[in-house]
Design a binder for this molecule. Structure first.
Ligand code: UD1
Length: 366
């Protein structure tokens, strides 16, 4: 069996790492029935701090293929990945292409594979925000529609796929590979020196990540955001590792200087150090998808500045609160948490560090 796994953007790397390990483990235990596993990096994210550092932190090997597509409009980026990935598929003729998550590389590679009659495995299938204005939602819906194996992280995914008419035989509830990584690297995370670097102690700071176009692409929304962060800065130190999109826009609108001294901007941070920042935060404010899950697993308070979430379990049983994009409401919610009013949370079913092993087992049996 030959599988090509695809990574493209920052949130993909920690999802493929456990699959890579689980396949290696399978190969050691089954020397007569080895899986040939190749990794293809599309180059959607290319900055050292958005990509290379993750390979080091996650102990991933150098990718077998690097497509180097870089940034561009959605059509440009998706099309470039497809053209380059098709060449790899024609040369390698894998049995399966494995894609994770919902970025442009995910749909580009699954579509390319499907048209060549290569089976598609989607890890993190079934999540839905029901907001087709989000590029990720379009990527999720279309990838699931053409996938042959759909591996689901939370129960809502099973329901969504059933409602869309996906046959049950294709769908497997296996847990969350992102949480596999979080659990696996805990001892490394414990050794991180990132809190000393920012001169903060555990439970004394707010961690912020914001990069969604809806929050950071217009001057007006960024201005409101600066005011909001400065208000949080009056309460606690705010650590804000900044995505290139957000950084570029703050600079374009000359707003970087308007942030107060207690809002500490930093470059994007590697996986291990970032996990240490999540684990020790008193509060997280984010518009990311994955951070909603990581904070729920760790029982850390999380306020999500979005109107919808494709990960409802983090709100239903986890420590996540979906506040919307009204920053006055967000300020009230943050101050409430900082005054000690914390949301109790539980860990979702099967988020136990074994998801990737379940996936490999399923692929081998079928
Ligand atoms: C992508 C994903 C998003 C994910 C996010 C995580 C899609 C549609 N979106 O969004 O789901 O949450 O990654 O980070 O796939 N840039 C750099 N260096 C890089 C990468 C990007 O400077 O290494 C800048 C470029 O200006 C680029 C912009 O960031 O135009 C946006 O990058 P892009 O890959 O288009 O989408 P993200 O916003 O990163």
């Amino acid at each position: 069996m030959k599988i090509i796994s695809v990574v493209g953007a920052r949130p993909n790397f920690m999802k493929v790492a456990p699959v890579y390990r689980a396949i290696n483990k399978h190969n050691i235990q089954n020397p007569l029935y080895k899986i040939e596993h190749l990794i293809c990096h599309t180059g959607q994210h290319y900055d050292e701090k958005m990509s290379k550092v993750f390979f080091e932190d996650l102990e991933l090997p150098k990718p077998d293929f690097y497509l180097g597509v870089g940034s561009g409009s959605h059509a440009e980026q998706t099309a470039k990945v497809m053209v380059e990935f098709e060449k790899i598929l024609l040369q390698e003729k894998p049995d399966f292409v494995l894609v994770v998550g919902d970025v442009n590389s995910t749909i580009a590679c699954s579509l390319t594979a499907k048209k060549l009659h290569i089976k598609v495995i989607h890890v993190e299938a079934g999540l839905r925000s029901f907001d087709m204005k989000m590029p990720e939602e379009v990527n999720r819906v279309l990838t699931d529609r053409i996938s042959d194996y759909l591996f689901v992280t939370e129960k809502s995914g099973l329901e969504n796929l059933k409602n869309e008419g996906v046959p049950d035989e294709k769908v497997f509830f296996v847990g969350n590979v992102m949480i596999d990584s979080l659990i696996y690297y805990q001892s490394k995370v414990g050794k991180s020196k990132i809190l000393q670097h920012f001169d903060v102690s555990p439970q004394s700071y707010i961690l912020v990540t914001l990069h969604r176009p809806s929050n950071v692409d217009t001057k007006e929304s960024l201005k409101r955001l600066v005011k909001f962060l400065n208000r949080l800065g009056e309460e606690r130190k705010v650590i804000f590792p900044i995505h290139p999109r957000t950084k570029n826009n703050l600079e374009r609108y000359s707003l970087s200087e308007s942030l107060s001294k207690s809002v500490i901007l930093s470059e994007p941070i590697g996986y291990i150090d970032f996990q240490a920042l999540i684990k020790n935060a008193e509060l997280i404010v984010t518009d990311s998808g994955g951070i909603q899950e990581e904070s729920t697993y760790l029982g850390v308070q999380c306020i999500t500045l979005r109107t919808s979430t494709e990960r409802p379990v983090t709100v239903e049983i986890g420590t996540n609160q979906l506040i919307g994009v009204d920053l006055e409401k967000a300020e009230i919610a943050c101050l409430d948490v900082l005054s000690g009013n914390k949301k109790e949370g539980k860990i979702p079913e099967l988020w136990d560090g074994m998801a990737a092993e379940r996936i490999v087992k399923k692929l081998v049996i079928n």
